[in-house]
Design a protein around this ligand. Structure first.
Ligand code: TYD
Ligand code: MG
Length: 479
């Protein structure tokens, strides 16, 4: 037999190589290659060589012969979590819950276990991080457990498999994949090959025994689960739990979902007694917003199918440096630079000699082009020192020629703003033209106006319209 050769894995992205390298060719991280011994024996991820049984191949089945209602979903009792999962837990699914340490992953899943147990679902919670007493203490903070759940402190996956086969839980929680290890792999827990092999074993449990498995995974400094690419390919659903540890609210985001739509989010707030759902995130995000302050603009972004109102803040002031300072928190820095360049070139604002600090209030992170117009409006408002009229919503995409382009689901955004009592909306003219239940459509000063759901709309077609609108407001209030 040939001598067993070791392989090298990039600890950031899981790239595999037969020799050590200083820089990973896949993710360009430096000094991340670690030697790991190949998996011994008939590891499940290894293609077995000879000696395969003949005649064990399965027959293909007809698509029409499969009953779709066999896919049974169990509600978790937490609406926001159900929404992100696509309507509940699918039997035999493998879900990865990633997030920074201390963000509340264990708390969320323990709360889910409690609700499931109340519905009579058999739950097994396996923890490799905390002792039974620590879990008990956490459970006491969360509240009363009417029905018991089973706990297990174990890190050896073979033992976990045995326990699962014996107790036959319907839902299995693995508290942190990074602490699990398999005997067949000689590298330490948390390494790429351990994580990969461990997930493989759990996948077999999920698919063969019909257990729904939730895997908790910690995220590294760079914001990825160790061996993330490997894990994301293997599991059915990837959920990320994000948010500032200082801010009390948390966002659960679905990045991949074989059984539902992605980009759905669930919003939670960390309280003294566990996580609580935030049923109206818009109201939550706008709490404490300043009135009549320049540089503060409310926009509406879509997260999946869900409209969320957010406040974009800008502070523009004369620079005292050679090169102006610019920062962007919560939105793309390059996008901010691009929008400021558009304003400079197309409207003639002297932004080249100004520092600019842009911020999404509440610590949200969004990457949607419909925020463009709000960012531009905030910059202009701060630059001209003119506050936006109160209760005004702004959304629309801005192109390089300074044109304002239409966005999707304009009606949904307007409806969300109407719910919170907004009165005006600045939006792309092309969107206003297409709105069906628009009353009193008019063209004046190049704007298309009308009203919809109690909100008066102003449709704009270029950033010049936007600047004119804001500076007119400034003059109006100054008199
Ligand atoms: P935890 O679920 O342990 O995080 P993770 O498993 O993602 O590492 O959450 C821990 C944090 O949440 C910790 O800082 C304490 C806080 N917390 C509360 O504020 N209230 C609670 O009821 C609980 C259980 C935790
Ligand atoms: Mg934990």
């Amino acid at each position: 037999m040939a001598k067993a050769r070791s392989v090298f894995f990039c600890q950031e992205c899981g790239y595999e190589s037969s020799k050590w390298m200083g820089q990973c060719p896949a993710c360009h991280a430096w000094n991340t290659f670690v030697e790991e011994a190949p998996i011994k024996g008939s590891g499940s991820s290894q293609a077995s060589g000879g000696g395969r049984r003949r005649g064990s191949a399965k027959e293909p089945v007809r698509l029409s012969g499969i009953k779709a209602d066999e896919e049974v979903r169990t509600g978790t009792g937490i609406g926001e979590l159900d929404r992100v999962l696509g309507g509940g837990i699918v039997r035999g699914s493998l879900v990865l819950v990633g997030g920074d340490p201390g963000i509340g992953k264990s708390t969320l899943l323990l709360q889910m276990c409690r609700n499931l147990a109340e519905q009579g679902v058999r739950v097994l919670y396996v923890s490799g991080e905390e002792s039974l007493v620590q879990i008990r203490m956490r459970a006491e903070r969360i509240g009363i457990f009417k029905n018991d759940i089973y706990l297990l402190c174990e890190t050896d996956l073979e033992d976990i498999r045995e326990t699962v086969l014996k107790y036959r839980p319907q839902v299995l929680i693995i508290d942190s994949i990074q602490t699990m290890y398999c005997d067949g792999v000689s590298s330490g827990p948390g390494s790429v090959s351990q994580v990969r092999e461990a997930t493989n074993i759990l996948m077999q449990l999920a698919k063969q025994e019909g257990v729904s498995v939730f895997i908790i995974g910690h995220v590294t400094k760079e914001g990825v689960v160790a061996g993330p690419r490997v894990l994301e390919h293997m599991v059915d659903t990837v959920l990320y739990f994000e948010g500032d540890r200082q801010a009390s609210y948390r966002i659960l985001r679905s990045v991949k979902n074989r059984f539902g739509s992605t980009n759905e989010i669930g919003v939670f707030e960390m309280k003294g007694s566990g996580l609580e759902q935030v049923l109206n995130p818009s109201e939550f995000m706008l709490g404490g917003r300043p009135q009549d302050a320049s540089g503060s603009v409310i926009s509406c972004a879509l997260e999946g199918t869900r409209p969320i109102l957010v406040e974009v803040q800008a502070l523009v002031c004369r620079t005292s440096f050679q090169i102006p300072r610019r920062t962007a928190a919560g939105i793309d820095y390059n996008r901010v630079n691009l929008l400021m360049a558009v304003l400079e070139k197309r409207v003639g604002l002297k932004l080249g000699s100004c520092d600019a600090y842009i911020n999404l209030a509440g610590g949200m992170k969004l990457n949607e082009p419909s925020l463009d117009m709000a960012v531009a409006a905030a910059v202009v408002s701060s630059y001209m020192n003119a506050a936006m009229p109160p209760d005004t919503l702004v959304f629309g995409e801005i192109g390089l020629s300074g044109e304002i382009r239409s966005v999707t689901q304009a009606e949904n955004r307007i409806r969300e703003a109407a719910k919170l009592g907004f009165k005006h909306c600045l939006m792309p003219a092309s969107n206003v033209e297409r709105i069906e239940d628009l009353d009193g459509r008019k063209r004046e000063n190049g704007l298309i106006t009308g009203s919809c759901q109690g909100i008066s709309l102003s449709g704009m077609s270029s950033v010049r319209d936007l600047c004119r609108y804001i500076s007119a407001g400034a003059k109006g209030s100054g008199e």
